[in-house]
Design a binder for this molecule. Structure first.
Ligand SMILES: CC(C)(COP(=O)(O)OP(=O)(O)OC[C@H]1O[C@@H](n2cnc3c(N)ncnc32)[C@H](O)[C@@H]1OP(=O)(O)O)[C@@H](O)C(=O)NCCC(=O)NCCS
Length: 270
């Protein structure tokens, strides 16, 4: 294990946006254009968050090498800080205390008063880890559990770390994605995307496009960047998602069979 002092935790700033975003890129994806487009969209998201909220990530360095990050956003009406991701990508950096240092740094930071919450500290850190670990890598979910996060009773996929022992986090009802059907969207596929905290969002939309093209050869596919064409997103009531023949596809491309089944069923509908 390296001496603790060789791990440096640095707040997000204009100077280390590149380090934060490139930590998401596995070396074999450096020449993958859809992954790199996802990285550009993450950079746009980070710049917007930095302008709006100030630093919303911490980057860990081993010497001069970026080795991991934790990123988060304040949810002001719930008075919580939502952790969108923690990641220590490279095997040679695992189990050296980097993830722990990142999380402890966030916990210490959030014990202080925050302008985000009218000069008070948040009530809790909240996260819903998704299984993004590499083969052999420790999962974010197990890590947060080890670090003292509790499961939300009604929805154990959500974990939280209260700053007061008696605080119980009750998540709000999840918002239903309500697509407003458009005549324009009939007979084609429409893919809406936007800047995102994770490069994988765009990458998976590209994978979805490939599956749609295979399932329905020759189908016309329209891509809409919701941040550049906000009126197009607004009239559809969604800013990210896949529409086939005027139907919102709810299956995720990971579950390929269900995804294709839903795409083909949408095509048949009047
Ligand atoms: C979870 C993760 C952040 C941990 O980072 P790390 O720097 O390796 O973790 P640390 O060395 O700080 O370990 C902290 C504690 O976590 C637990 N832990 C971490 N790795 C572990 C492992 N392989 N086995 C058992 N416990 C482990 C231990 O409790 C450890 O404390 P200890 O070493 O004192 O016993 C890292 O493994 C990771 O990035 N996983 C993937 C997360 C992910 O999917 N992110 C989304 C990507 S898109």
């Amino acid at each position: 294990m390296p001496p603790e002092e060789s791990i440096r935790i640095v707040e997000l700033s204009e100077e280390n946006i590149g380090d934060l975003c490139f930590l998401c890129v596995p070396s074999e994806r450096l020449s993958d254009s859809s992954f790199m487009k996802g990285v550009e969209l993450k950079k746009t998201w980070v710049k917007d968050m930095l302008r709006r909220w100030g630093p919303v990530a911490k980057v860990a360095y081993l010497g001069e090498t970026p080795a991991g990050f934790i990123q988060y956003v304040p949810i002001t009406d719930e008075k919580i800080v939502y952790i969108t991701c923690i990641f220590v990508p490279r095997k040679e950096h695992w189990r050296k205390g980097i993830g722990r240092r990142l999380l402890i740094s966030l916990i210490e930071d959030m014990k202080c008063p925050k302008e985000w919450f009218g000069g008070e500290p948040p009530l809790a850190l909240v996260t819903k880890p998704f299984p993004g670990e590499k083969p052999g890598q420790y999962s974010a979910r197990s890590f947060f559990r080890d670090m003292g996060f509790q499961e939300v009773e009604e929805n154990p996929s959500i974990l939280y770390y209260p700053f007061k022992p008696d605080f119980k986090y009750i998540p709000p009802e999840p918002e239903e994605l309500n697509y407003i059907p458009q005549g324009d969207d009939r007979g084609k596929a429409v893919i809406l995307y936007r800047p995102s905290f994770c490069p994988l969002s765009y990458f998976f939309l590209k994978k979805s496009e490939q599956e749609i093209e295979k399932a329905i050869p020759g189908i016309s596919i329209r891509w809409i960047n919701s941040s550049e064409e906000p009126a197009e997103a607004e009239k559809r009531g969604i800013s990210e998602g896949i529409i086939v023949n005027g139907r919102l596809i709810r299956a995720f491309v990971f579950d390929r069979a269900t995804f294709i089944e839903e795409v083909l069923a949408a095509l048949k509908e009047e």
